[in-house]
Write a protein that binds this ligand. Structure first.
Ligand code: NI
Length: 182
C-alpha cells in the first residue's frame, strides 16, 4: 500500500460527477487500499476517490476512527436508496482545509454498493456513519462543503485558499491537519 496526495479546493478534479466503475480490477482494489491508508494517515474518517485525483465512484469510510480493522468499508459505486429523518452536522473535509460547515443531513440512510470482491452489499447506517456516507457520496457528485457556504463566505474562503496554494507545501500541510476530516 502507499499513501496518496490529497487534492484540496480549488483543484478542479474535485468538481463534477465521477464515473461508475464498470469492472473491479486489481487496480481498483489497490486504489481502495491506498485510499484507506491515506485516510488513516490523515486522521480522516472517510475519503472519496476524487480527493486523490481519481474520478471514479469509490469511497472508503471508517466512522470508528480507529486502526484499520473490521469497521473499515471500501465501497464501489455506492448509492443512497433510502433516507429518513433530518439532522444537522458540523463537518470538516480533508480537501477543504480550515473550514467547518454546518450541513443538513438525513438522520439515517440505506446505501447499496459493491464490495472489492464484487459482491453486493446493503448498509443501513445512522449517526456518524450515515453522515460520513452522505459526505463521501457528495464528493462523487462533485459537491464540496464549500458549495454549502453563503456566497460571501465562499468568496472569502476561495481567496484564502488561492493564497494558501501559493505557499510552500509544508505550510499548507500544517493547516490541513487542524480539522476533522471526511
Ligand atoms: Ni470531504
Amino acid at each position: 500500500m502507499s499513501s496518496l496526495t490529497i487534492r484540496a479546493y480549488p483543484d478542479p478534479v474535485l468538481k463534477g460527477e465521477c464515473a461508475p466503475v464498470e469492472t473491479i480490477t486489481d487496480e481498483v482494489r489497490r486504489l481502495l487500499d491506498d485510499m484507506a491508508e491515506t485516510m488513516y494517515l490523515n486522521s480522516g474518517i472517510g475519503l472519496a476517490a476524487p480527493q486523490v485525483g481519481e474520478r471514479s465512484r469509490l469511497i472508503v469510510v471508517d466512522a470508528q476512527r480507529g486502526e484499520e480493522g473490521d469497521t473499515l468499508l471500501k465501497l464501489v459505486n455506492p448509492r443512497i436508496v433510502e433516507k429518513q429523518g433530518e439532522t444537522k452536522s458540523e463537518e470538516g473535509c480533508l480537501s477543504c482545509p480550515d473550514l467547518l460547515v454546518e450541513v443538513n443531513r438525513f438522520e439515517s440512510v440505506t446505501v447499496e454498493a459493491l464490495l472489492p470482491d464484487g459482491k453486493e452489499t446493503t448498509i443501513e447506517a445512522e449517526g456518524l456513519l450515515a453522515i460520513c456516507l452522505q459526505h463521501e457520496i457528495d464528493h462523487l457528485d462533485g459537491v464540496l462543503l464549500v458549495d454549502r457556504l453563503s456566497s460571501l463566505r465562499r468568496t472569502l474562503y476561495h481567496k484564502k485558499r488561492v493564497k494558501e496554494d501559493a505557499k510552500p507545501a509544508d505550510e499548507g500541510d500544517e493547516s490541513r491537519r487542524t480539522n476533522t476530516a471526511l
